[in-house]
Design a protein around this ligand. Sequence first.
Ligand SMILES: C[S@@+](CC[C@H](N)C(=O)[O-])C[C@H]1O[C@@H](n2cnc3c(N)ncnc32)[C@H](O)[C@@H]1O
Ligand code: SF4
Length: 289
Amino acid sequence: MEPERMLQILFSLEDASVIETVVIPSARGRTTVCVSSQVGCAMNCQFCFTGRMGLRKHLSTAEIVEQAVFARKLFSDEFGTITNVVFMGMGEPLHNVDNVIKASSIMVDEQGLQFSPRKVTVSTSGLVPEIKRFLNESNCDLAVSLNATTDEVRDWIMPINRRYNLSTLLGTLREELRLRPKSIVLFEYVMLAGVNDSVDDAKRLTELVRGIACKINLISFNPHSGSQFKPTPDEKIIEFRNMLIQSGLTVMVRLSRGDDQMAACGQLGAAGDYQLPLLRVPEKFQVAL
Ligand SMILES: C[S@@+](CC[C@H](N)C(=O)[O-])C[C@H]1O[C@@H](n2cnc3c(N)ncnc32)[C@H](O)[C@@H]1O
Ligand code: SF4
């Protein structure tokens, strides 16, 4: 029997902070555990609930690995084995790069959790020096959250772009992957209505990733109280996907799951007393009241 919805595990750490791990069953016999790498996150992406919290702390290697170990113990009997690990829970994994590289190598080690390196994916918002380090030191897969096709929009919705802009990020990936012909990067692209989902965005996205061995994952935006964005309607996501496919890209679509229980991507965490600021909306996206 397969559960119909994702399962959320809350871990209480020694200092009483709480992290969240999500187990995501799928119809094709794949069960993915989504692990956290930090309590909160410093990156302040404007669409992400965890980003509203600010960074509370980095998780240790053991605290990261334990999430996968526990999920395996808890769910294997009932729902079949955990097949995949994604570092897509709370936090920016490459901001905690030492512990994340160690944790991912334990996950794929023969003496460790014995996952295939192709089944362990570390997702980043785009910390360029750490991306280079990860690609050099880890044999696990890399995902990059792109989420915009112009620096104007990415500077706003993902402030890390002010340090490493689209050209630097994509130029680095193009160079690094050229040295590793077997590697493929997964680009995640959260569809935000009226912000990054136009026909021009689809055309620009095709150009931006040209020459990079990649797959694109279009993600339906999970709304939450800390955000001013709206999800792109499903029909429009499909049109966007079709445009990308027509230009020769490999595209997957992840429609929303678990958003009603605040357990989906970008909905993890608790805002607390202190929150990072919302940033200035670029002029062309400002709506007159
Ligand atoms: C929560 S992040 C964690 C990993 C890493 N910090 C990153 O940004 O790639 C995992 C994915 O969730 C996406 N995400 C964040 N907030 C979201 C939301 N409200 N709805 C859907 N996806 C969201 C991000 O763009 C990213 O691709
Ligand atoms: S999307 Fe990733 S990097 Fe951005 S705030 Fe959320 S967890 Fe941090």
